[in-house]
Write a protein that binds this ligand. Sequence first.
Ligand code: ADP
Ligand code: MG
Length: 226
Amino acid sequence: MIELRGVSKTVDSGGRPLTILHPLDLTIASGQFLAVLGPSGSGKSTLLGLVAGLDAPTSGEILIDDVNIAKLSEDALAKLRGEKIGFVFQLFHLVPSLTAFENILIPMEIAGRRDAAARAKRLLDEVGLADRGHHYPSQLSGGEQQRVAIARAMANDPPIILADEPTGNLDSTTGRLVMELLLQVRRTRQTTMMLVTHDVDLAALADSRLMLRDGRPVKPLLEATR
Ligand code: ADP
Ligand code: MG
């Protein structure tokens, strides 16, 4: 369960405070799929970064399974993130000097899992890259790199996936395949998911939708027309 209470973010913009996310309340029950929509610059990535604990809110509380992540030490937060959250980025963010297999190993090695190598093999297989484990990111297509990133995000079987425009850098056919994979891994694991997307058809598949504009929620068209 993810709960946000009065969560806002104000940054310094050339010496002046700029609020990029206005106080927001949001609850996502376990296993639910929330699509986050909105034009570029509306605060979508800011919101995901806050939920991931990659950034601290200016006000409010972010509770992940009843734990207020703003109150955690750096170490405790890193541990919670490693166990509970898988993050998929628009630009994949693989480590270029490591192979696909080694990239998937990283979160499991941090968590000290003994079965890391066997699991990494299974995950590569699950994302359809069983024979590409020894390739470096530069030797893989964008769609393949994103598959590796999805496998890495799922490595510790996190209950939560946060995906920020995961198909934003892929052509539409590849993007659709990557999205199908992400939805499939979510379905098999009953993962809670927050997905930032511009794809209205995809957002229609979600359990609920949050549309942001200038850092504030607005009613999504989809809901308005129902
Ligand atoms: P989105 O993901 O919806 O495109 P972002 O959350 O990345 O939007 O950004 C929201 C707004 O906040 C944008 O106008 C962006 O330029 C601004 N912004 C984000 N981070 C900072 C920062 N650290 N300092 C100043 N402005 C920022
Ligand atoms: Mg963004």
